[in-house]
Design a protein around this ligand. Sequence first.
Ligand code: IPE
Ligand code: IPE
Ligand code: MG
Length: 235
Amino acid sequence: MTHQLKKENLPEHIAIIMDGNGRWAQAKKRPRLFGHNAGMKTLRKIVRASSDAGIKILTVYAFSTENWKRSPEEVDGLMNIAVEYFKKEVGELHQNNVKIQVIGDINGLNAKVQKAAKNAMDITANNTGLVFNVALNYGSRNEIVHAVKALIEQGVLPEEVTENRLNEELYTKGLGDPDLLIRTGGESRLSNFMLWQIAYTELLFIDTYWPDFNKEEYYNLIEIYQKRNRRFGTA
Ligand code: IPE
Ligand code: IPE
Ligand code: MG
């Protein structure tokens, strides 16, 4: 049975790079999309586990601005999985008071994905429970360039440019920086995810492929976070 987490030092905002679907499938001699479908099931469990644990914000990396370089079959499959996820899950997430947000360059997604994402955001817009951000067509460099352009378009003067002002133009506006970032799948890199926001985030890289990740391991990682000493540059 899964243990109870202590309430002290619970991370408010957890970010996850959900990696390893393709290798998980490959190891089973199955197509990569089989892994992505399994990954969707893991996501369902981890969203629930986050809500149960009293996490306030969960941000997951689902599709990067670089993932368009994959085969058309894989990209189409991932987009279809995104549509299916929003359609299937929105009802239950809404019941659980979860607020869904999509972060990234939404306009670069196909019409079907945009529609499903907007619908999920509209339905859950006033919910007050877990804020669940899905990073789709998200890239941190793209996000920063987008923010700088917005400042210039608004005629913001150089002396008015501050960290807070720039923060306000990021897709993650109003969310606060992640306290904990988890990457599954064995790679110790960020792959263009939240470069600005993770300045002081605690990082945990684990070997488990995303489809094999579960609530037990998730809570163990949160416990590791709870024992860490965050100094933010102080002595
Ligand atoms: C993560 O799994 C999901 C996406 C990037 C969309 P991968 O598809 O990157 O799986 P691996 O890293 O190839 O195993
Ligand atoms: C990062 O994983 C993107 C997502 C998990 C959505 P990738 O599999 O695309 O990253 P790289 O290519 O291994 O750096
Ligand atoms: Mg990968």
